[in-house]
Design a protein around this ligand. Structure first.
Ligand SMILES: [Zn+2]
Ligand SMILES: [Zn+2]
Length: 241
């Protein structure tokens, strides 16, 4: 009864907000019909699917075969993180939603996108760390989408958010267009830690994981500073872009 009333309340509030601020869904150009994931309409939002196919049990890269459980990269060059928990594949509605948040400045999407993480089987941990941006990158974009989503999760899971424990100390070239090896080289020494990290089990949050170079370098930095374990959580796993 209460739930029905509450849902009805949300629906009324949503309709009201949409009538005051009507918005067009950037994916299909229809009117956005829900404030919860506005401006993306309910139909397009329902296109954001969780990936459940075979994947590497360490880095979560989708695998073609159901028989192998660890990818070649993790076998030959084990990462510092213990595993990656990933939501979906970087394509279609999920990729568009991430890009809208990141490149079109739609920071309000951080709330519904952050909630997608709650579908993952999140382990017990001592804190959440968003992958940081350099000072100039932050100035340019105005916000760090990983931090905004980490705030949502931290609040829901009642887990501390460490926003200054990992910092990006230098600007690096955009990773797009670089090979996996070049990406690692590009990021080498790019991060530093501050504060007491000893024996902490940490969740490192990034929006998209491509080769994993960023997650690898951040984890390496945290583990060298004394972290007990780093588990990476991502919204989307991408191929090379
Ligand atoms: Zn739509
Ligand atoms: Zn792997």
């Amino acid at each position: 009864m209460w739930d029905t009333l509450k849902n009805r309340g949300y629906a009324v509030a949503s309709q009201l907000l949409n009538s005051i601020y009507p918005s067009i869904c950037p994916l299909c150009s229809n009117l956005s019909d829900s404030h919860q994931h506005s401006p993306i309409c309910t139909n397009c939002w329902s296109g954001i699917k969780r990936y459940s196919g075979p994947s590497c049990r360490i880095c979560a890269v989708p695998l073609v075969s159901v028989y192998s459980t660890v990818c070649k990269e993790c076998l030959t060059n084990a990462p510092s993180f213990s595993m990656v928990l990933n939501y979906g594949i970087y394509s279609d509605a999920l990729a568009e939603a991430i890009n809208l948040m990141k490149f079109s400045g739609l920071r309000r999407l951080a709330n519904p996108m952050g909630k997608l993480f709650l579908n993952l089987e999140m382990p017990e941990c001592d804190g959440i760390i968003p992958v940081p941006l350099s000072k100039s990158a932050l100035r340019e974009s105005g916000f760090n989408q990983a931090l905004l989503m980490a705030k949502v999760i931290s609040k829901k899971l009642k887990t501390p958010l460490y926003m200054d424990m990992l910092l990006k100390r230098k600007d690096t070239l955009p990773q797009v267009g670089l090979s996996a090896k070049e990406r690692m080289k590009n990021l080498k020494g790019a991060f530093k830690t501050s504060g007491k990290i000893n024996k902490l089990r940490l969740l490192l949050l990034d929006d998209v994981m491509t080769t994993g170079a960023t997650a690898r370098e951040c984890s390496k930095t945290l583990m060298s500073a004394g972290a007990k374990e780093v588990i990476v959580i991502t919204l989307a796993r991408a191929g090379m872009i």
